[in-house]
Design a protein around this ligand. Structure first.
Ligand SMILES: *[C@@H]1O[C@H](CO)[C@@H](O)[C@H](O)[C@H]1NC(C)=O
Ligand SMILES: *[C@@H]1O[C@H](CO)[C@@H](O)[C@H](O)[C@H]1NC(C)=O
Ligand SMILES: *[C@@H]1O[C@H](CO)[C@@H](O)[C@H](O)[C@H]1NC(C)=O
Ligand SMILES: *[C@@H]1O[C@H](CO)[C@@H](O)[C@H](O)[C@H]1NC(C)=O
Length: 455
């Protein structure tokens, strides 16, 4: 399916229209790459219709910022669950502040936040239920054992739509961040939204704010569209990743603004021996038109990639005040693979590092990981990157007995106020075309040919 670009100038031939047309042509990828791509995630263009509409207010809830609405949400979801055979329902959250503990979603459900609606997490952390560790992690990401359930949670669902008129899902994470800093947490912090083993999910037109931990975590999911969302958390909030697709396939993330305290988007697939045994990759991921800022990476893969990450297409990123523009990270003991990753058309305005691809990042779940399980990193193309106010160009650091291969930098221009720190590379092979500052010799002295690295 190839969507044609919008043609606002179809019947007119003014100079402005000519400029628009030329600009639009310039934005299109080369024909080969454009094959099979769409201007927008397809599912978002046809969101599901529901047979019924109900308001959380009619389940005993109150949007006064004080009443706890956990039971009201649970009752509403139970009602929708009973309507599954009749197409489910839309749950309307009216303007107001709807304080709640964690609740489950159900299949064939639309959660609709009106303009001015806030679903706000209670800060009474003692009332948060625990859920099992994910099999691909073997334990909580931060601490052994179970994990706090995400504020909004789904497991084994189909056809879920979270949308509205820019309403807010507010995690009130500061209480969790403080406990994490003081090391008083018994279990791994909750995500704001976690969907496990679910298919046909759309998340759009919603603000996610102050998550206790990662914001949006689709894990073992397929057919996920995340579009037109805003994700906000302070830059000093710990581990507030924006969106982390994890062992998930056919995921599209687009047209969103993300500013948080950790990676803005990071693709994962499980942790060391647990992720290797579970063996579920992340694949078929599209990310485009993302703007944002944060102290870690703008776009990342890893570091938990033990099930493998492949077939990832990322374009039109616009990051400012970043730690690292693009960060691909794995480690010995991870196993898995990172292959066929393309990132193009990136502007970076202020970053400590433009790019890092490194094989020595991230800890291990326990002492039972096998250090000889080495990841394979092959076929990573980074092209059309323009940065200013960059301190270090970056590094590409492979693993001695698992050299990173076919790493291609093409038309990558990084500038700084002073001279930009040089590329540092080792245990890497690949190609480089039009790279500023001058690329490392590992990428210019390829003996294996550079036909894979063009623009
Ligand atoms: C959420 O659903 C799971 C089943 O998937 C159930 O075990 C759990 O008790 C539910 N939690 C809440 C808070 O409703
Ligand atoms: C994006 O979200 C805003 C706020 O909810 C809405 O006004 C706008 O129409 C949305 N855009 C698209 C393309 O859905
Ligand atoms: C949605 O809300 C966010 C956060 O308040 C705001 O930055 C953004 O501009 C809003 N979007 C629209 C379309 O109103
Ligand atoms: C590489 O990934 C793209 C999606 O980003 C996919 O269309 C293409 O088929 C993949 N190539 C191979 C050789 O698998």
């Amino acid at each position: 399916m190839m969507a044609s670009p919008p043609t606002p100038c179809a019947a007119r031939a003014s100079l402005l229209c000519l400029h628009l047309a030329v600009a639009m042509l310039a934005m299109l990828s080369p024909p080969a790459a454009a094959q099979g791509e769409q201007e927008t995630c397809r599912a978002a263009a046809a969101p599901p219709r529901r047979g019924a509409w109900m308001s959380v207010a009619s389940f005993g809830g109150a949007g006064d910022g004080r009443t706890l609405n956990t039971a009201a949400f649970a009752r509403a979801v139970a009602r929708i669950e009973r309507r599954a055979a009749r197409g489910g329902a839309l749950l309307y959250v009216p303007p107001g502040v709807w304080l709640t503990g964690p609740f489950n979603l159900t299949s064939h459900m639309t959660l609709f936040l009106a303009r001015g609606a806030v679903i706000r997490a209670t800060q009474d952390t003692s009332s948060w239920p625990l859920v099992d560790p994910l099999p691909s992690y073997g334990r909580g990401r931060e601490l052994p054992g179970g994990r706090y359930m995400s504020l909004i949670h789904g497991d084994g669902l189909q056809d879920v739509f979270i949308t509205g008129e820019n309403g807010t899902i507010d995690g009130q994470g500061s209480v969790w961040w403080d406990m994490w800093k003081k090391r008083t947490l018994p279990f791994t912090r909750p995500h704001l939204l976690e969907l496990i083993s679910s298919t046909d999910v759309i998340i759009s037109n919603v603000v996610f704010q102050d998550s206790p931990f990662w914001n949006i975590h689709p894990v073992y999911c397929s057919n996920v569209v995340i579009t037109n969302v805003t994700i906000l958390a302070p830059h000093d909030s710990p581990n507030t990743d924006g969106i982390d697709p994890d062992s998930s396939s056919n995921v599209c993330i687009e047209d969103s603004y993300i500013s948080t305290g950790d990676d803005l988007i990071s693709i994962k697939s499980g942790w060391d021996e647990y992720g290797i045994a579970f063996g579920r990759p992340s694949s078929g991921i599209t990310v485009r038109r993302i703007t944002g800022s944060g102290p870690f990476a703008g776009f990342a893969v890893g570091s938990e990639t033990s099930g493998g990450v492949e077939n990832v297409h990322v374009e039109h990123l616009n990051f400012f005040s970043m730690g690292v523009g693009i960060h691909i990270k794995t480690n010995s003991g991870r196993g898995g693979f990172i292959r066929n990753i393309t990132v193009s058309d990136v502007t970076l305005n202020g970053a400590r590092y433009g790019l890092r691809i490194a094989g020595d990042v991230g800890g291990h779940p326990d002492a039972s990981y096998n250090p000889s399980m080495l990841p394979v990193v092959d076929g990573v193309t980074i092209k059309n990157v323009w940065g200013q106010d960059i301190r270090q160009a970056g590094l590409i650091r492979g693993i001695r007995s698992s050299v990173f291969s076919r790493i291609c930098l093409s038309n990558v221009k990084l500038y700084g106020s002073a001279s930009v720190g040089p590329w540092k590379c080792r245990d890497t092979s690949g190609g480089a075309l039009d790279v500023q500052p001058l690329p490392c010799q590992e990428l210019t002295a390829s003996t294996s040919g550079t036909s894979f690295c063009t623009n």
